[in-house]
Design a protein around this ligand. Structure first.
Ligand SMILES: [Zn+2]
Length: 395
């Protein structure tokens, strides 16, 4: 919600008027560093929306403030030029309304369009979340990274590397929303002070690594490449089992970490719905983007969300650091999922991340059943995921 600073307004006074911590207002407005605000400057107050209110006979500023549970000064700030000395009945004013509930759409098939709509809403209400396009998919859809927090420790999460594991995207989006609610309303998540996390961590999130694949599973093939895709899919027009990107390359078998071994193990020589690792490592735009991101940011910890199995993997040939073990124990404790150090699968993002940076990397297999997991599992999956997100932030 945007307001205009008045003579004498400061970051501190805005923070007090709206009960929103100063760091959030700073980050929502492109890092305001001076406390004193220039009169007329537009300031975005995160966690609020303005609502229309029709004045009634007998209303007073005090009465409206009490009824709407918002400070008088906050009402005045949003209604500059309006006199509350002599109330005009039927005049419409604006009331700052604090957001206290989840605003993303829950329990719907989460395609790229839904993801974008939710994103727009989230970024409007919580402008301290930063969005960046880090690259483009094969079909030229943007691959989006979000950033939250201004601390030194770098945590990375991603979802929907695999097309029919798209449920990982709304799980991540819901947690971002919960985190934003938590910092703006001063509520802890699992006994964790999230404002402190905001100040000490930088969270990088790519909620949908494979937008083309997700849309293929949920919307069906785009008409101009329909025949080609049916052919790649072994003649079938049911794409619910599709994991790969739109060219039939499995993005989590694409990284230079025993890529050749994985290729031999899967023994696939041509593109298809799953498991084909490409003609060479990092041949696809989506994997190139993700590799570049990690190379640039050198995350301290990385979590790649997949489905299914209610377990997670954290080793890569013994190259994983000592601290991976303690984090694995924390994740196990906080989610109830089974900790698995080694599995017979290579060339994934976390494998390459561990090999390259020797920092803790995890592949998390959410939920249990046949992919794509049904939305009826969403609440159960989300509840386990919360513990995983928090564990990675407390690391
Ligand atoms: Zn997967």
């Amino acid at each position: 919600m945007k307001i205009k600073a008045r003579e004498g307004d400061t970051l501190t006074s805005l923070s007090q008027a709206f009960y929103i911590p100063v760091p959030l207002i700073q980050e929502a407005n492109g890092r305001l560093d001076s406390d004193v605000l220039t009169p007329g400057k537009q300031v975005d107050i995160p966690g609020y929306e303005s609502e229309q209110y029709r004045l009634r006979q007998g209303d007073s500023l005090w009465e409206i403030s009490r009824r709407c549970e918002v400070r008088e000064d906050a009402i005045l700030m949003l209604n500059q030029g309006i006199s509350f000395q002599s109330i005009q009945p039927d005049k419409v004013i604006l009331i700052p309304s604090r957001i206290k509930n989840i605003i993303i759409t829950e329990k719907v098939p989460y395609n790229f369009d839904t993801f974008n709509k939710d994103l727009l809403r989230l970024l409007t209400v919580y402008p301290f979340i930063k969005k960046r396009v880090i690259g483009r998919s094969v079909l030229n859809q943007p691959i989006i990274e979000l950033k939250i927090g201004r601390g030194k420790e770098k945590v990375h999460w991603n979802g929907s590397f695999h097309a029919n594991e798209w449920i990982t995207t709304p799980v991540i989006m819901k947690f971002i929303n919960e985190l934003a609610l938590s910092v703006t309303n001063g509520k802890e998540i699992m006994h964790t002070n999230m404002l402190k996390i905001f100040e000490t961590r930088s969270i990088s999130i790519v909620p949908m690594v494979n937008p083309d694949g997700v849309d293929l599973v949920l919307n069906g093939p785009p008409s101009h490449i329909k025949d080609k895709l049916i052919q790649l899919n072994g003649g079938r027009d049911d794409f619910t089992g599709w994991k790969a990107n739109i060219r039939g390359v499995d993005l989590n078998k694409q990284f230079p970490a025993r890529w050749q071994d994985e290729k031999q193990r899967k023994n696939l020589t041509s593109p298809g719905p799953r498991d084909y690792g490409g003609i060479k490592p990092l041949s696809e735009p989506e994997t190139i983007v993700m590799a570049k991101l990690a190379q640039k940011e050198k995350f301290d910890v990385l979590l790649a969300f997949h489905t299914q199995g209610q377990e997670f993997y954290w080793g890569f040939g013994g190259l994983e650091p000592q601290k991976s073990k303690s984090l694995a124990e924390a994740i196990e404790k906080m989610s109830g999922y089974s900790s698995v150090q080694f599995i017979d699968s290579y060339a994934g993002y976390k494998d390459w991340f561990i090999k390259k940076f020797r920092n803790p990397g995890f592949t998390i297999e959410l939920g249990k059943g046949i992919n794509p997991l049904p939305l009826s599992q969403f609440d159960e999956i989300y509840s386990a995921s919360r513990g995983i997100f928090i564990a990675s932030l407390l690391y």
